[in-house]
Write a protein that binds this ligand. Structure first.
Ligand code: DC
Length: 219
């Protein structure tokens, strides 16, 4: 069983994907965390994720591994768990910038397909239904208005960043949507056979129930 969940930044994909995976006893792969970890690895070496040439030169030295600890996914870079450091606005932008680079994408897509070959998975990202797993059993495209997505990110960020600003978050989200959906290679796009779920007026539990019902109803 392969389930693809795509959608723009802050639509709540990972929360839903995680919950659906748990409910259906499937593995969960957060592919955004892989782009984030790649951006983090470059920044650590003093390389700007938007610098295509410099990223290309550093790619052979990039060693990424996905491991699961008590069911939670961790991304290792050269053996170090970078998961705690990849949820900052700087890394969000860096991930979107680095994700434009086809050579980097191909490397991460290969890892993603290896995981899908080995396990039943729920995978979330931008290009899962269109490119990574075109034959997925179920495909969902989860979205919400930009304001609602900014509000959700703000509530999340506020715990660690008390001075977070909702308007700035919304501007970042709009910029990220643009980079993600206008890149040439495997852009953010709803697959023709994906079910669109607009979560603007739904809470987390409603979205999880809605998607789980569609999956179990079809089985
Ligand atoms: O889902 P996220 O916000 O953690 O993803 C971070 C960035 O990574 C996102 O702006 C674009 C990129 N990404 C991608 O290009 N393809 C994916 N499958 C997942 C993420």
């Amino acid at each position: 069983m392969k389930i693809a969940i795509d959608g723009p930044a802050g639509a709540g994909k990972s929360t839903v994907a995680k919950a659906v995976a748990k409910k259906m006893k499937l593995n969960y792969l957060d592919t955004g965390a892989m782009y984030r970890a790649a951006a983090y690895a470059m920044i650590e070496q003093g390389i700007e994720p938007s610098d295509h040439e410099a990223v290309l030169a550093a790619l052979p030295g990039l060693s990424m591994k996905i491991v699961y600890e008590n069911g939670a996914q961790k991304v290792l870079i050269s053996g170090k768990d970078v998961t705690p450091y990849i949820r900052t606005p700087r890394i969000s932008k860096g991930a979107s910038d680095i994700a434009v680079i086809p050579e980097l994408r191909l490397m991460l897509v290969q890892l993603q397909r290896e995981v899908a070959n080995e396990y039943d998975v729920v995978m979330d990202g931008r290009d899962i239904g269109t490119y990574v797993l075109p034959d997925a059993d179920f495909k969902f495209f989860i979205t919400a208005s930009t304001r609602e997505r900014a509000k959700r990110r703000y509530l999340e960020l506020r715990e660690t960043m008390p001075d977070a600003d909702i308007d700035e978050i919304e501007r970042d989200i709009i910029a990220r949507d643009k980079t993600d959906s206008t890149r040439e290679f495997a852009p953010l796009r709803q697959a023709g056979d994906a079910v669109l779920v607009d979560t603007t007026d739904m809470d987390r539990e409603q979205v999880i129930a809605h998607i789980s019902n569609m999956i179990s109803g079809a089985n």
